[in-house]
Design a protein around this ligand. Structure first.
Ligand code: GLU
Length: 445
């Protein structure tokens, strides 16, 4: 579809496209940004139309309840100060405190953070943990900031948003570009403001500060459990399967490692620097060690460098998009040849691509189920902080497996009963759970 645009409008769109390159697709004469929140809304509406629910309640639960933007002055190492913009969106607090990570990335924008916050609401509901949904973001490139600059940026963000946060109000966690170190600074800044130590104000903390065993690996481990359950359901034997992984960060690398341990041959991998291929299978542990040293997958021994787009269209059984949003679009969906897609990332597939994949019979394990292992162990961390007693790694992993397997089965049952995709089924389940709570609480209108 080609939309007519006036000169000015086109220029504006081009300027916008430059700022948010990854949420943009090129069409014939114009560049239209794909709204990530718009994508979430389309998925929501499709699922909601299958449920016989009060449309006023649906109007209430689908929009974010609060979006905050802050402009943060941060002292740089050279003594000058620079302005940064940060966001925190609380999509829902119906089922419990808002919960969700803080993204540090140059392309972060409000539309994206609102979508990510909404997905947290549905994700927490799919795995049935007592949280709502929230998400934060700061426009920055963490790789270009020194440790001190990153610390001051984090502290100023927490300080300016401190009224919003709290262990019973809104609990952040890591996301793309942030990790345990950032959570440690979060916990310290928030605790200083409160004049007491509040470890459960944030999850994904380093172990010695009250973090949970198994949290770092939890998202990737959850992806593995979902793939294992889907393969079982489809009668596929993992030790005869091949897989391709887009993104080799925390989620992609751990999912690849755990699937490799189950006998899956990982033949294609990409990261921000490029993509690699080995038809005989890549040794994942060796690649993880290589990346820790070299900060890139390129240059690893025994591989062929390939075009990153091939990672999505490779002829494999399992595809794991574990990078960013809008990667599988109407443009490349037709060329995708796998049997299972497990969305390690949030929002990697556009609704238009979803339709194409569905027609091709490809099973998509949606983000709100596939990558829910992270928030599930965040919940376990919050619980352990509240009781002040810590579980072993085996205990955490056992509870995570129990939650993920039960949630996968719940979603599969809704899909089978309603003859819908796993994505629509996951939304149907999540929406019904949120609506049930809202009906009981009533709307304070
Ligand atoms: N950022 C992760 C996600 O998108 C984890 C959120 C959390 O643990 O609260 O699911």
């Amino acid at each position: 579809m080609v939309r007519k645009t006036t000169g000015t409008r086109k220029t504006f769109k081009k300027a916008k496209a430059k700022r948010h390159p990854r949420s943009v697709v090129q069409r014939k004469n114009t560049t239209l940004p794909i709204s990530v929140f718009g994508n979430m809304m389309k998925q929501f509406n499709l699922a909601a139309s299958k449920l016989n629910l009060d449309s006023k309640i649906l109007d209430f639960i689908k929009v974010p309840r609060r979006s905050t933007i802050v402009n943060l002055p941060v002292m740089m190492d050279d003594g000058s100060f620079k302005m940064f913009t940060g966001f925190r969106v609380q999509h829902s607090i119906a089922r419990g405190p808002a919960k969700g990570g803080i993204r540090y990335h140059p392309d972060v924008n409000l539309d994206e953070v609102q979508a990510l916050a909404s997905w947290m609401t549905w994700k927490s509901a799919v795995v049935n943990i007592p949280f709502g949904g929230g998400k934060g973001g700061i426009i920055c490139d963490p790789n270009k900031l020194t440790k001190g600059e990153l610390e001051r940026l984090t502290r100023r963000y927490v300080s300016d948003m401190s009224d919003l946060f709290g262990s019973e109000k809104d609990i952040p966690a890591p996301d793309v570009g942030s990790g345990p170190n950032v959570m440690a600074w979060f916990m310290d800044t928030y605790s200083m403001k409160m004049n007491q130590s509040v470890p459960h104000s944030v999850t994904g903390k380093p172990l010695v500060l009250g973090g949970s065993q198994g949290r770092v690996e939890a998202t990737g481990r959850g992806v593995m459990f979902c793939v294992r359950e889907a393969a079982k359901h489809m009668g596929m034997h993992l030790d005869r399967c091949t897989a391709s992984v887009q993104g080799f960060g925390n989620v992609g690398s751990i999912a690849a490692k755990l699937l490799h341990d189950l006998g899956v041959k990982i033949t294609h991998i990409s990261d921000v620097n490029g993509a690699i291929h080995n038809p005989k299978g890549i040794d994942i542990q060796k690649l993880i060690d290589f990346v820790i040293k070299n900060k890139t997958i390129l240059g690893f021994s025994g591989i062929e460098e390939i075009n990153p787009s091939k990672v999505l269209t490779a002829k494999v059984d399992i595809l794991i998009p574990a990078a960013l949003e809008n990667q599988i679009t109407a443009k490349n969906a037709k060329s995708i040849k796998c049997k299972i897609i497990a969305e390690g990332a949030n929002g990697p597939t556009t609704p238009e691509a979803d339709e194409i994949l569905d027609k091709k019979g490809i099973v998509v394990i949606p983000d709100i189920l596939a990558n829910a292992g992270g928030v599930t162990v965040s919940y376990f961390e919050w619980v352990q902080n509240r009781i002040g007693y810590f579980w072993t790694e085996e205990e955490v992993n056992r509870r995570l497996e129990e939650k993920m397997v039960a949630s996968y089965k719940d979603v599969q049952t809704v899909a089978d009963e309603n003859k819908v995709s796993l994505r629509i089924a996951a939304y149907m389940l999540a929406i019904s759970r949120v609506v049930e709570v809202v009906q009981l609480r009533g709307i304070y209108a």
